[in-house]
Design a protein around this ligand. Structure first.
Ligand code: 4GX
Length: 231
């Protein structure tokens, strides 16, 4: 998977993309992420990328020209896939959409906005889809872009180790994850549930399923609706 991230703050991406599983996926060539500095495409004298909103109001709007030019340049360089604009106005990202993107797309352009967003004409001209990572407002689209990259990357072949499958965790099976424990067996007087030390794998599996159901019912009853005799 090849991803171009269009941003006025390219330095925001490097830490997250170089650490842990994403860092290794990039080293192994399973994932290729390129930060594209929108400012480099500005045709204005001081390389400005924003301006005052027509109609007045607080804040600045990112101008269409450098964004459209940066996307068109990425297209010429082989980014033929979807251009996604990270925006609280988009449809909320779900695990299902993440899986779909990982499976169907082989390259992406992610557009990161700042301030009051980008000129609507840039959206009309180059954006295929607006995606939100949740109903809250951030200072820019870089963290949402990194969230999307991280969530998609773990579905790409070879990115997760043989032990960890993308299927096995929270939201697959539609339940929240059961509690985990590791050594020591007693920490500050708190013990590990006996069943996990029993070596009986059928009992362990039954306990984990029961815990997952209990935690899901308590915290996210909405996830249970339509499952096994629920409603
Ligand atoms: N999920 N942000 C976009 C600029 C902006 C402002 C208004 C459109 C309209 C966000 C999110 C998010 C902050 C990215 C504001 N764009 N992106 N930016 N939540 O909060 O994706």
């Amino acid at each position: 998977m090849k991803i171009a991230v269009l941003t006025i703050f390219p330095e925001m991406l490097s830490g997250v993309l170089s650490a842990s599983i994403l860092g290794r996926a990039r080293e192994e060539g399973l994932l290729c992420v390129e930060a594209v500095d929108i400012r480099a495409f500005s045709a204005r004298k001081h390389k400005n990328t924003d301006d005052y909103p027509f109609g007045g109001g607080a804040g600045m709007v990112m101008t269409a020209q450098p964004i459209v030019d940066a996307v068109e340049d990425a297209r010429k360089r082989g980014y033929t896939g979807k251009c996604l604009y990270m925006s609280p106005r988009g449809k909320t990202l779900t695990q299902e959409r993440v899986r779909q993107i990982a499976q169907e797309e082989d390259n992406l352009i992610l557009l990161c906005g700042h301030y009051e967003g980008v000129d609507q004409r840039a959206i009309e001209l180059v954006v295929d889809e607006e995606i939100s990572i949740g109903d809250f407002v951030l200072t820019g689209g870089e963290l949402p872009a990194l969230v999307l990259i991280d969530a998609v990357a773990r579905h790409l072949p070879g990115v997760l180790g043989s032990g960890e499958s993308a299927q096995d965790e929270s939201f697959s099976g539609g339940l929240l994850e059961y509690p985990q424990y590791t050594r020591p067996r007693v920490f500050r007087g708190l013990t590990v549930p006996e069943v996990l030390l029993s070596g009986n794998h059928a009992d362990i599996e039954a306990w984990r399923r029961e815990q997952a159901l209990k935690i899901t019912a308590e915290r996210r009853p909405d996830l249970l609706i339509g499952k096994e005799g629920m409603q």
